[in-house]
Design a protein around this ligand. Sequence first.
Ligand code: HEM
Ligand SMILES: *[C@@H]1O[C@H](CO)[C@@H](O)[C@H](O)[C@H]1NC(C)=O
Ligand SMILES: *[C@@H]1O[C@H](CO)[C@@H](O)[C@H](O)[C@H]1NC(C)=O
Length: 449
Amino acid sequence: MVNKVLTAALLLEGPALLVSGFPHIAEMVAKQKHEKRIEALAEFPEYPGAPNHATYDKFDAAAQLVSTSGDHEWRAPGPGDIRGPCAGLNAAANHGYLQRDGVVDSESINSGLWEAFGLDHTATIFLQTATMFFDGDPVSGRWSIGPHSEDTQSLGLVGDLLGNETGICAYGHLKTEGDASITRGDWLAPEMNSNCRSYPEFAQELEDLAVARTGGNITPRVLAEHSNNRKKHSIATNPNYFSPPYAGVAFTFGAHMFAYELLANHSAEYPRGVLTPAVFESFFAYERDENNQLVYTYGHERIPDNWYKRADDDAWTLADILISTSQQCVSYPLNCQVGGNTGEVNSFSGVDLGDISGGLVNSVEDLSDSNRLGCFLSQAIQADAPSFLSNVFNGVLLSTVTGMIGDTLLPVLQTLGDCPNLPAGKSVMQYGAKYPGAKVQNSGPRDGL
Ligand code: HEM
Ligand SMILES: *[C@@H]1O[C@H](CO)[C@@H](O)[C@H](O)[C@H]1NC(C)=O
Ligand SMILES: *[C@@H]1O[C@H](CO)[C@@H](O)[C@H](O)[C@H]1NC(C)=O
């Protein structure tokens, strides 16, 4: 009671008075003002995903401690080893939870990401399948966790002529990797345009936002707001910014949630996890120099010692990815607009969702239903798969991999949701013409690093 009255009185006085003498009160006031301001916009949940995560209260130190020694000791990638835009995959490869050369397959993805991070099999099976189709070799299941690698395809020299898999960054752009990432650049931006490497400026922005909102720790709410800031930044600086349904609306945001849900440290005191700036920096390959500036070393992502992953019975599932992605559409509708700039900065134009989804989804609000979002993503992936594949493969290999869509891809897309009588969606190739950033290229002179 006293506290409330005091706060109200201080609010009336205005913040100027407070800052010098009572920094903690000033902070409190700033926080309350902030809370007032965003109340109206339906604040992003403190614990996104399915509701069970918000009340999880168990901790098992022995089961949750992740090994960083022996087979799992940290080793820097050697010459020829591939690393890319994904902090989690890079760290897992550096600790031998995935192949250390950075060319992975379904076995290592499904077992390694469970062992290291507690990412549920519903999620890894889906991600593995979509990624091997779009960015890798569907025949062997192999894909590169960075730019193109000659080791991805299984057919030796012949394969090279029949298919040139992109990997998940560089020319993998728009298939899985999208613009406005947590710290990576936009591939077609005029500057800071590697989509494989991390930019300290964006990492610092995230840490600054965390200081403003929580005093320093990075939470799902902070990440959701950062994601919205990054999209606004892309619209304001990248004439070629483009956000398709899977890579742009879902994947980029999914990665923002992974940063907390899979990288936070757990303890008896904090069974739902805490992500300190120090843990974030280790996982994102950052150190601080003598002037306290962030310094990034490509591919040096590290699982910190004494780090405890989320509990097995609190795993992060495919349903959680979809629910949290839907939750962003409520708090940050801009994040869920499909579309982009039309060749100039600040020229964002959204596509008609009803048109590209055959009437399944007619507004961003419709995407706040996670089942409908799942069906929308399924439509988009089915619509894009044939052209994505024909960009990469040709000859007999193209007919082999196209033939796998029905047997291998479709059953996994069904795990996105219950979608009876799903109408066909439109491919980016069909509706992307007015967006210079919507062109999918398979190869070229840039290495992406
Ligand atoms: C098969 C599984 C996975 C695939 C295919 C994958 C792929 C990717 C891709 C393509 C990006 C770039 C996204 C963008 O453009 O914004 C990315 C970013 C990211 N991923 Fe993953 N990822 C996987 C698993 C994981 C796991 C297990 C973690 C955490 C433990 C993780 C954490 C992240 C984070 C934090 C980013 C953002 C990096 C940044 O923007 O600086 N991912 N991932
Ligand atoms: C994780 O939390 C535990 C308990 O607070 C702590 O002992 C440990 O050092 C933390 N790990 C990291 C990497 O911060
Ligand atoms: C495959 O793509 C990479 C990256 O664009 C390029 O360097 C390489 O020459 C391409 N290989 C073939 C066989 O086209």
